[in-house]
Design a protein around this ligand. Sequence first.
Ligand SMILES: *Cc1c(COP(=O)(O)O)cnc(C)c1O
Length: 363
Amino acid sequence: MTPFLDLKRINAAFDIAIRAGIARVIDAGWYILGEECAGFEREFAAFCGSRHCIGVANGLDALTLILRAYGIGPGDEVIVPSNTFIATWLAVSQAGAQPVPVEPDPFTHNIDPARIAAAVTPRTRAIMPVHLYGQPADMAPILEIARRHGLKVIEDAAQAHGARYQGQRAGSLGDAAGFSFYPGKNLGALGDGGAITTSDDELATRLRMLRNYGSSIKYHHEVAGVNSRLDEIQAAVLRAKLPALDADNAARRAVAAQYGEALAGTPVQLPQVIPGAESAWHLMVVGTARRAELQAALSRAQIGHLVHYPTACHLQPAYAGPGWPALPIAERLQGEVLSLPMAPYLSPDDVAEVAGVVRAALA
Ligand SMILES: *Cc1c(COP(=O)(O)O)cnc(C)c1O
């Protein structure tokens, strides 16, 4: 019996530090945009290797606000992966722009750089690669296409806290990046939270205004902003957990390696990591055309499992309507992917048990 993800257990490892952080906020009596948020922004910017971090309310807002701060909106197009969580698309829609889907590499499931150039039009303003399941997208060719066409590159790093690409952290690979601290992410709060990282000074200044009613001077409103701030309690929780992120990701990496060994030679397609990439292993996603059998076997053994994601964005009711190109790779993946338990606390015995069930189910 292994749950898909036990958040209580994840956070129990930080119990003393989290309670001390929350107590600091209570004692300070300052709850919004205070010392904790500023401290976390400094620490997370340093961690990512970016000049700035701007705390916001959630990951969707982080992505939407970056687009707005770059002036991307109605009439503009943003290239997004066809295979991603819907928030990537919704950020573009909320900014008023049009998401233009590009198919993934069928082995990494990340946006295929070789397909991006064909999707660029005179309206394209940005590419928004997602570091899906924790693995950095292949950024070098993406940045090259962006440079050639004068496009911004906005990382959706919501699943990739601490991941690296050619030695550099997710969050410092493009012009700006959006992070989520939803409780189940590799760096998770005890509620909603998000952040933007960037080394673009002007963008950072605009974002600090946008997230706070378009204001940098109290009761003076430069632009029509929003209320999207990382609150002091969540920032204090994140400060308690950030110092352990690299060690937690290393533990996830060891779990992934063990899964890889234990499932070698089975019919499941294992996650493929490209050279130069270091995944944060947010999810352990395998592929099989016999998914229903595998799901049934895991359920019988009381092993948690989920599908990320069962319906491609363009097939969601929210995006119903004509006009989407054929997206056969995303449509195939939605029927074949299956996420196995992945967490830093999983023991070799836990992984061996899950792998044993997978192996037996597909034997
Ligand atoms: C979680 C997630 C988001 C959105 O984050 P929220 O904090 O839930 O708004 C965006 N993109 C991806 C790929 C995600 O996994």
